[in-house]
Design a protein around this ligand. Structure first.
Ligand code: GLA
Length: 702
């Protein structure tokens, strides 16, 4: 946690929307009583309160918020005070038409919903800065204030004329005011798209330019830059009155529209909103009325596989600020706006909440504290139901988490030490998505591919950081970089140095294809990685779903692998140029050709997995590598499928989270006696975890 906060304990709380209840004073005082019973010590207030604190321009009604802040303080609950920019009041729309977002079809949104403002509009920036200043001026010194919650889930891009002209200006800077440079980088002679004036450049649109992949990439970079600059504008206004209170903004995990690596340096603490669909059946691939999100379900409906995917995002969030603890800002205490609102089965709430802590969060927070009586989210899970009984299962589950977090207080601020880095890079993802080859059916799924390579480490209890291409790789033993399609300038050289100096790299098919402008490398794929990997890729064969090929492991290979594994969807036909072949293809015109290679380079090793394989292959391959490299595990024991183990530590005390994501009892052997922090008992020999059970063990002084 950022040292501005210096947490002595873990945080437990929720989004709190008292502005919806101002006509129900008895409910507001009841809220305070219930917060204490639920073990809540923090709430996020004011996220959607703009209309309630500035009902008309220049008239402020802070009295109700004063009461709320004072009330929270009276019971020792802290506030994350939000800036309200994510939805503007009606009067703003009435007066200032330029603030309306325009979508990619160049259609202006009407007033309504939320997150529908233009982030370039100087008027909108001004109005937001103004309300932020007022809030900061009034509450900077309030004893309940703990953190500024800047906006809410920045997301949608805007294509209005103001954004178009800001985009053109940004491009001028990027290409040194030299249009020829842009034309070269974007390969515009293709289909006679050469620009002769900066004003001809427009953002991608389904009715216009949607074929220029370089344009699509630069647009996404611009949108990230513009959103970050909007956020900085918000923060600067707050900082005029509130210098030492930390700031955060709640991120959306692996949301595809923004590069969160660019947000991280501008906030003091990373926070994110996590909504996995537990107990799903896999057939629903949309998360709800607010759009698709694919980290929140497992296609085969396995809770434990979904848990691994969620763990990946927690690890990403922790890694965004170099391992500093993050905040789980929102999660649901029961259900969210999914297509099927299946309730969490007993145990799952505590388990999934502690999973965030296990991966480096210092909080468990919910959307939301109390269900509203009306509106689109009135059936969304909340700590307090329409009938506000403390006997409700959800309330009891939440109170149980509150208790557990108290017992785990010493874990606050502890860190996770990782020897493995998994490379996940937003620009690379944009490059792959824009290219949409070698399959045009969405199966070139970069995010899922990265998670597939992460999962074996999750299963083995080996900690991973998630890094992007700009990271310092040198501190890791192993760098896993699946589908590194885009290699930005200097990255190939840094990966090469990492391996030369003793690092181990794992790369796959569809790597080293294009540069940061999506221009293909001309010196043979995998471009800048060719020498490090010791091979050349000649052609990538994309297979149909039912097509079968196999990777046949060579006998006596150094990793001790044996047998056959499936090769499916992508088979790279390669020429080893110094790399040793560990496995070959079984069938087709490339039967007998290399399918898995290892290149000795300097004092390091570079593996290349030429074909997409399955979970069994990943587990066997990475288990062998983990053995070879003596990678540290959270606990030296055999881990049953579905159980995950992580370790947080402050150097003196260790907190070992053992989590069972299967609906059956499972057990494992402990290498030494441990104290169970949740049960205050000593566990010796075998640890038994019930269905969706979790234990937190300590071996240190705590
Ligand atoms: C997001 C928002 C919340 C709420 C939840 C519902 O995370 O930040 O305001 O709408 O979704 O799941």
């Amino acid at each position: 946690m950022h040292d501005m906060i210096k947490l002595q304990h873990l945080l437990h709380g929720a989004d709190y929307n008292p502005e919806q209840w101002l006509k129900y004073p008895e409910i507001l005082s009841e809220d305070l009583r219930l917060m204490a019973l639920a073990g809540v010590n923090v709430v996020s207030v004011g996220i959607f309160s703009w209309a309630s604190i500035e009902p008309e321009q220049g008239r402020y009604t802070f009295d109700w918020l004063d009461c709320v802040m004072d009330g929270l303080h009276s019971i020792g609950v802290k506030a994350f005070l939000a800036t309200p920019s994510s939805q503007r009041p009606n009067w703003v729309s009435d007066k200032y038409p330029e603030v309306f977002r325009m979508d990619e079809r160049r259609v202006r949104n009407l007033h309504g919903m939320r997150a529908c403002s233009c982030f370039t509009s100087p008027v909108y920036r001004q109005l937001v800065a103004n309300i932020n200043r007022k809030l900061a001026e009034r509450y900077a010194k309030h004893p309940a204030l703990m953190l500024w919650h800047i906006s809410n889930e920045y997301g949608l891009d805007c294509h209005c004329p103001l954004c178009q002209s800001a985009f053109q200006s940004w491009l001028k800077e990027r290409y040194d005011h030299n249009l020829e440079k842009l034309n070269d980088a974007w390969w515009t002679p293709f289909w006679s798209h050469t620009y002769t004036d900066w004003r001809q450049i427009e953002s991608p649109s389904p009715q216009g330019e949607f074929g220029s992949q370089a344009l699509a990439l630069d647009w996404k970079r611009f949108v990230t830059k513009q959103m970050v600059s909007f956020m900085k504008n918000e923060i600067a206004a707050v900082r005029e009155f509130s210098r030492d209170v930390p700031v955060t903004t709640n991120l959306m995990g692996t949301f595809g529209g923004l590069d969160y690596w660019k947000f991280a340096p501008e906030v003091d603490v990373i926070s994110w909103d996590s909504y996995p669909q537990w107990h799903g059946r896999g057939e629903f691939d949309r998360s709800g009325p607010f759009g698709a999100s694919n980290y929140n379900r497992d296609t085969e409906g396995r809770d434990w596989a979904l848990a691994a995917d969620v763990a990946f995002v927690h690890d990403l969030m922790r890694s965004l600020k170099d391992g500093q603890p993050f905040l789980l800002m929102e999660s649901t205490p029961s259900v969210n706006c999914s297509w099927v609102q299946k309730q969490k089965r007993p145990g799952m709430h505590l388990l999934s909440s502690l999973q965030a802590i296990a991966h480096g969060s210092d909080s468990v927070m919910y959307f939301q504290w109390r269900k509203g009586r009306g509106g689109i989210e009135k059936f969304h899970g909340a700590v307090i139901d329409h009938f506000a009984s403390t006997e409700n299962r959800t309330f009891r589950d939440v109170a149980e988490v509150g208790q557990a977090l108290k017992m785990l207080a010493p874990a606050a601020g502890t860190r996770i030490d990782a020897e493995v880095a998994i490379l996940y890079d937003w620009e690379n993802r944009w490059g792959i998505d824009a290219a949409c080859d070698p399959r045009r059916d969405g199966k070139t799924d970069y995010e899922q591919t990265v998670r597939n390579h992460y999962r074996p480490f999750w299963r083995m209890g080996i900690a991973c950081d998630i890094v992007n291409e700009d990271a310092d790789f040198a501190k890791y033993k192993l760098l896993v970089a699946p589908m590194l399609y885009m290699v930005r300038p200097g990255v190939g050289e840094r990966i090469e140095a990492f391996v030369r100096n003793g690092g181990v790299l794992v790369a796959t098919y569809w790597s080293g294809i294009a540069d940061e402008s999506d221009l293909c490398f001309l010196n043979g794929f995998p471009g800048p990685l060719r020498q490090t990997l010791g091979l050349r890729s000649e052609e990538l064969d994309a297979l149909y779903e039912g097509d079968q090929n196999a990777i046949v492991i060579q006998p006596n290979n150094p990793l001790g692998l044996a047998g056959e594994y499936p090769a499916r969807l992508f088979c790279d036909v390669i020429h080893p140029e110094g790399a040793e072949t560990l496995a070959n293809y079984r069938d087709d015109y490339y039967a007998g050709r290399a399918a898995l290679t290892c290149n000795r380079f300097g004092v390091g090793l570079a593996y290349y997995i030429a074909a997409q394989s399955d979970e069994r292959f990943h587990l066997d391959f990475y288990s062998a590598l983990a053995r070879e490299l003596h990678l540290k595990r959270a606990l030296e024991t055999e881990i049953p499928e579905g159980v995950s183990i992580t370790r947080r530590s402050d150097g003196e005390s260790d907190f070992i989270f053992v989590m069972n994501f299967k609906p059956i009892t499972q057990s494992l052997k402990l290498p030494q006696p441990c104290r169970n922090l949740l049960g205050e008992s000593v566990v010796d020999g075998t640890l038994i975890l019930g269905a969706y059970g979790v234990s937190v063990l300590t071996t240190g002084r705590e």
